[in-house]
Design a protein around this ligand. Structure first.
Ligand code: CMP
Length: 138
């Protein structure tokens, strides 16, 4: 069924000038952009967004990094969106990511890994709602 996922192009990829390259891969893979914004998280908002990871050893580093510069947040629509988007981006650690995936091409490390993709329909909705109001979705 057609459904939605949520993505962020992370600070490292934005700083490296890879917004266009990554959006091109996303559109060529058949995802439709439903909502999009160029923005920057404060430390507090990054902490909220990643609250599910707050017990993890890398939480502090993750929050610091995600608030270190601008990002692009977007809601994407496609058949089987969550799963297909995770296939398109590849493994969290670029060293394990398949050839041709976004992280294989653009990610630097497990932390600075270029893009985020929701891991479930439920989280896609929560994450999309975190950034976008009703009037910002098309
Ligand atoms: P993301 O899919 O956005 O969701 C959680 C993020 O935590 C993940 O991408 C990585 O960027 C980050 N992360 C996961 N594991 C580690 C790790 N071992 N060290 C640093 N960052 C990590």
């Amino acid at each position: 069924a057609t459904n939605r996922t949520f993505t962020m192009i992370k600070p490292d990829a934005v700083a490296d000038g890879n917004i266009g390259g990554i959006l091109k891969m996303i559109e060529e893979a058949g995802f439709k952009i439903i909502a999009m914004k160029y923005t920057r998280l404060t430390n507090e908002l990054a902490g909220k967004f990643y609250e599910v990871h707050k017990e993890r050893p890398f939480y502090g580093e993750l929050v610091e990094y995600m608030s270190s510069g601008p990002i692009v947040a977007a809601i994407l629509e496609k058949d089987n969106a969550v799963e297909d988007f995770r296939t398109l981006i590849g493994a969290t650690n670029p060293a394990d990511a398949a050839e041709g995936t976004i992280r294989k091409i653009y990610a630097k490390s497990i932390g600075e890994n270029a893009v985020h993709g929701s891991d479930s329909d439920e989280n896609a909705a929560i994450e999309g709602n975190f950034y976008f109001s009703m009037s910002e979705r098309f």
